[in-house]
Each structure stands twice: as C-alpha cells, then as structure tokens.
Design a protein around this ligand. Structure first.
Ligand SMILES: *Cc1c(COP(=O)(O)O)cnc(C)c1O
Length: 399
C-alpha cells in the first residue's frame, strides 16, 4: 500500500509513509542496514551508480535504504520533494545554510533563532566571508527593506526559540521568491503535523528530529526537507561533502518515533494548554508565551497557518531574584533541568537570552523559564509547579 496518493488522512500517512514491507518479506518496519562498503558486480554497474549517486547506493556515508525510508517519510509528511537526514538537528541547519552561500554573500536570520544557529553564523559563516543581519522576527513583509543585492538566504524559526514569536512565513517567503532568495525555516516546534512551510513557499524546512520525531530522548537526528529536486541536490551535495552521515540505528529510532508522533503530540498539546492556562492565573507569572493561547500576540498568525501547538512554552515571571528562581528549579520533582525537549518527559530550564538577542532584547523584563510539558498526568505537573512557586516566593521573601 502506498500513502502517496493523497487520499489518506495525515494520521494514516504518518503510519505508512516511507515503509515498504512488500520489499522486505512483509516485515512492517524497514531493516537497519549497517554499511560502509557497498559493492558492485561489474564496472558498468559501478559507473552507473556513480552517475546517479543520490538515486542509488554508493557508500555507507551517503546513505542506505534505512536512510531513504526515514527521509521519504518526513518528506511526504512535509509535502516536500525529498529530504536529507543528518546526524543532528544542528547539522541539518548548518548543511542547508552552508549549501546556499559563498564568500561575499549576505543572509538574513531571525533574531529569535535557536542559539547554536546564531553561533554558526557568527563564528563559522563570518570566517568564510558571509555576513549575517539579524532581523525582528515580527517584521513580516517588511523584510524587503533589509534585502540587499547579495542576500542569498532568509532564515526563519517560528515560533522563535525561548520567546515564541510567530512569524508571517507566507509574507516573508513571497518577498524572497520575488527576488530569487532561498528561504529556510527551523520547524522543530511544530513538527510536520502542525506546520508545513513548503506549502507556504519556503525552500527548505528543517527539523531537529531529536525532539518530537525521535520522541523518546534516546537519539540525535536532523532532517532538511527540500521543495524541489534542485534544492535537494544542493543540500545533499553539501551534506555529503562535509561527511555527514546519519547513523543506522538512530535513523531506525527516528522512523519508529514518527509512527506514534500524532498521538503523542495530541497529549502534549492538551496538557500544555492546561498548564499554560493555569500558569496565566498565577500571581508570579507576567506572561505565558504559547501561541495557542488567545491572549498570545502570535495567536492570529498561529491560527491562520498552524494545525496545532506542541508542548514547549515560555513563562515570563514578574521580576524576582535569580536565587529565588533557582530555589524553584532546584526542588522540582517532575521537571528536571534539561535542554533537549520533545521526549515523553517534562523539563524546566531558566533561560538567559543575553548572548542570543541583538534586535529584540529582553532588557527590563522578568526572568524567563522554558517548560516542556511531557506525557505525565497534568494534575501532577501542576502540583509540582505550585510547590515550585511556593519555594520561589519563600526565597524571595527571605532575601
Ligand atoms: C534542539 C534544537 C535544534 C538542534 O537539534 P540537535 O539535534 O540537538 O542538534 C535546532 N533547532 C531547535 C529549535 C531546537 O530546539
């Protein structure tokens, strides 16, 4: 059975995409090929493979049917032409960005991007003569004013890392298309289930599959979904030249995670919304940053473009000492301090934006917490947060 015919719903396609049991003794899941050398029976077949390196198997580093199975599944869910799997989410960002720029070029990057994306621009691309301008993520079509003759890429992330600004992706993509500029987006928060940027004119949609796609905090994986064959060849060539190779067991875990992602996300969304509403009623909280809330400044755009919200949100506290925040964070029982979200578990992380914003600075605002709402019972999560706020208030009073 193929799920490519467009007749099936998204849940059905998520279950079937990229799997070919008919080619594998009827076994439901794709085999995990461990490979370095790939051999040929003749010079003719070897040369033939060399002429179509991305459509056949040439060398373990360049991928195997295990790679193809995962790439095909994600590309289908995104509505892209083809995808490139990479050993981490950051690798997917770096390979996509690097594929489109040369010395003397200029790129526009949202001020709210994932911190390491920014470090790659500032520390690596700069050394290679590529200049980055950070822009206000809420700029929308106004991005046209920042475009220069040598602008090659506009990079987005929506909602933004830690601050959750929702970008007007169709407006930015339209400006870029008119001028022949590539657009890229870090779509990790929404997953292909809740936002499909390629349908809105974006060139490359990137995921840290490490997060919701893998879904169990046990593997690193990235994927860059490309709109056309030409984009795919450009990104895949760059990834190949840099020696990127996603490992077979991790690819297997990522495709396995995909199969249950829809049900997991439904629960993440329901619980995150319940926790977000509860947080809105807390006296310690100034703002809850979560686009699914009608009060969120990004709500209208989110409602227009997205099909759902995942389980990651921000909490801006009323001004309070770092010591009081630590008293809350240190004593949590269900929210350990941790960075990589998207697994089944809840997490809490105090965020210091100082090194990560040059346009939309956080100056004068209260401490920022990032919460990942996992699959635990929501009343247990709320009770843990309530006890945390009690510790925060007690420490603030004692000072
Ligand atoms: C985690 C994350 C990444 C990086 O993914 P890794 O697999 O950890 O390299 C990129 N973008 C966003 C938004 C992330 O949250």
């Amino acid at each position: 059975m193929t799920s490519h015919d467009g007749k099936h719903g998204r849940n059905t396609r998520l279950v079937h995409a990229g799997r070919h049991p008919d080619e594998n003794f009827g076994i439901l899941n794709p085999p995990v090929y461990h490979a370095s050398t790939i051999t040929w029976p003749s010079v003719e077949r070897m040369n033939e493979a060399g002429r179509r390196p991305f459509d056949t198997w040439t060398y373990g580093r360049n991928g195997t049917p295990t790679t193809a199975s995962f790439e095909e599944a994600v590309a289908e869910m995104e509505g892209g032409h083809r995808a490139v799997a990479t050993p981490s989410g950051l690798a997917a960002i770096v390979q996509a960005l690097g594929a489109f720029v040369s010395a003397g070029d200029h790129i526009l990057v949202a001020d709210s991007v994932y911190g390491p994306t920014r470090k790659y621009c500032d520390r690596v691309l700069r050394r290679f003569g590529v200049e980055t301008t950070y822009y206000d993520p809420l700029i929308g079509g106004g991005i046209a004013e920042l475009v220069r003759d040598n602008t090659r890429v506009i990079f987005m992330e929506s909602p933004g890392s830690s601050t959750f600004e929702v970008q007007d992706v169709p407006a930015i993509a339209a400006v870029a298309r008119e001028r022949g500029i590539a657009t890229m987006i870090d779509n990790t928060w929404a997953t292909p289930l809740f936002f499909r940027p390629i349908e809105h004119g974006v060139t490359v949609s990137i995921h840290a599959a490490t997060k919701y796609i893998v879904g169990h905090s046990d593997a690193m994986m990235g994927v860059a979904v490309c709109d056309t064959r030409e984009t795919f060849d450009t990104v895949k060539t760059n990834a190949q030249l840099h020696g990127n190779s996603a490992a077979p067991d991790d690819l297997y875990l990522a495709q396995r995670g995909l199969r249950t992602m829809a049900v997991r996300l439904r629960q993440h969304q329901e619980s995150a919304l319940a926790v977000a509403r509860w947080l809105q009623g807390r006296p310690e909280v100034a703002h809850v940053l979560y686009p699914a809330l009608p009060e969120d400044p990004g709500h209208a755009l989110w409602k227009r473009d997205f099909d759902g919200a995942s389980g990651l949100l921000g909490v801006e506290l009323h001004p309070v000492s770092a010591d009081a925040v630590a008293a809350m964070a240190d004593g949590m029982s269900l929210f350990p301090l941790g960075a990589s979200w998207g697994g089944y578990e809840s997490l809490l992380l105090p965020i210091d934006l100082t090194p990560y914003r040059t346009v939309n600075r956080w100056d004068g605002r209260g401490p920022l917490l990032r919460l990942h709402i996992g699959l635990e019972d929501v009343q247990d999560l709320i009770a843990d947060l309530e006890a945390g706020f009690d510790r925060l208030v007690a420490r603030a009073r004692a000072a």
